[in-house]
Design a protein around this ligand. Structure first.
Ligand code: DSN
Length: 429
């Protein structure tokens, strides 16, 4: 197989042409396809550059001013800048920018506020929660006693697909968890942080808002903030926030010490300084007025796409979306999620298969697909383009059902043609 070379990486191409060719192929793939996975995005060239610097060469165990290694004159400034920008952007008293990613960040929360065997509570994974919110196969469900809430069953007119706060309250008061997580990975609706906060206070639990998916929307004013309802805010930095792969924990000052101690030395060694630098850049970008426009455009695009899908007879969990994400139940279309996702991939439309609430199918072969608009919005597609996107999905799902590879190939060329008109940030022109 002949792979394209990575045009922007001359040293890499010279040193390791095989690896460079794979990077080049990935650049082409990300340029030519319609990327709809809601947890993905395109970072800016500035974020890319910051994450590939000589900061990579430095060990910095500890925190600014309290390191176990010398030579931190610049690294301390980098981390302080990232911390200051996180605090200003999200309006929090404390920020830790060192967690390697979302799962380690959440583990640090458990380490800070619970003991092994304690009861913890979160949304069940198949309902839209996250593995680390106490789900059984995760260390968080093995080392703690995870109790799980879900969303209402039944028709959308009766609140189907939405969190049942009576159930959450009842469970919290009965089980008295040390920690309650709200947020998740497949939640198309606004998270009511105030309601969760009230329940957590009643139950005497620490409320953790895992805003990984919506951090960019919060920063841009397109989703309510968990401040002041949550005790701790956990987020990755690479989804709607459009930063490098990393994470942050934010809190009131009273929890600062416990969180910092849990991240280092509790769970991690040296922070990835190149990532900290790229997080600082992303936070700077997210503080600009243009990022507010971006966040609102992500939501406007998702709402428009949801309307277009509904008009084509698709069944959307909770009936639509308030944010960047749409969860589609393909049962009425008579195509399993995995078959549809793989067919769409061949058509140049990248989604992931996903369980839907009360899914009768297994997680590795579920009923739904999950899509979102952060990436296409970063490329400049707008609400006027969402009919075309819905049309491709519709035709792709139909082709998946009938096994029509020719139809998928036609969609793939149409997608590539439109994408060529919308250059992606950080990719070679
Ligand atoms: N992998 C993330 C997502 O896709 O939502 C969650 O960890």
């Amino acid at each position: 197989m002949t792979l394209p070379t990575a045009s922007n990486h001359p040293a890499l191409t010279a040193a390791d042409p095989e690896l460079a060719a794979l990077v080049g192929a990935e650049e082409r793939l990300q340029a030519d396809t319609l990327r709809l996975i809601p947890s993905e995005n395109y970072v800016s060239q500035a974020v890319l550059e910051a994450s590939g610097t000589v900061l990579q060469n430095k060990y910095s165990e500890g925190y600014p001013g309290r390191r176990y290694y010398e030579g931190q004159q610049n690294i301390d400034q980098v981390e302080l800048l990232a911390i200051a920008r996180a605090k200003a952007l999200f309006g929090v008293e404390h920020a830790n920018v060192q967690p390697y990613s979302g799962s380690p960040a959440n583990l640090a929360v458990y380490l800070a506020f619970a003991e092994p065997g304690d009861t913890v509570m979160g949304m069940a994974l198949p309902m839209g929660g996250h593995l680390t919110h106490g789900w059984g196969v995760s260390a968080t469900g093995k080392w703690f006693r995870g109790v799980q809430y879900g969303v209402r069953k039944g028709p959308i007119s009766e609140g189907g697909g939405l969190v049942d706060f009576d159930e959450v309250r009842e469970l919290a008061l009965k089980e008295r968890p040390k920690v309650i997580f709200c947020g998740g990975t497949a939640l198309p609706r606004t998270i009511d942080f105030a309601a969760f906060g009230e329940i957590a206070r009643e139950a005497g639990a620490v409320l953790v808002a895992d805003v990984a998916h919506i951090a960019g929307l919060i920063a841009g004013g397109a989703h309510p903030s968990p401040v002041p309802h949550a005790d701790v805010i956990s987020t990755t930095t690479h989804k709607t926030l459009r930063g490098p792969r990393g994470a942050m924990l934010m809190s009131r000052e009273e929890h600062a010490k416990a969180i910092d101690k849990a991240v280092f030395p509790g769970l991690q060694g040296g922070p990835h300084n190149q990532t900290t630098a790229a997080i600082a850049v992303a936070l700077h970008e997210a503080a600009q007025p243009s990022f507010r426009d971006y966040a609102h455009a992500v939501v406007a695009n998702a709402k428009a796409l949801a309307e277009e899908l509904l008009a084509r007879g698709f069944d959307l969990v909770s009936g639509g979306t308030d944010n960047h994400l749409i969860l589609m139940d393909l049962t009425p279309k008579d195509v399993p999620g995995k078959i549809a996702a793989k067919a769409l991939d061949r058509a140049g439309i990248v989604v992931n298969y996903n369980t839907v609430p009360y899914d009768p199918r297994k997680p590795f072969d579920p009923s739904g697909i999950r899509i979102g608009t952060p990436s296409l919005t970063s490329r400049g597609l707008g609400v006027q383009d969402m009919a075309a996107v819905a049309d491709w999905i519709d035709r792709g799902v139909t082709a998946a059902r009938s096994g029509d590879e020719d139809a998928l190939a036609v969609i793939r060329s149409e997608v590539a043609a439109l994408m060529s008109a919308f250059p992606a940030p950080g990719l070679p022109a």
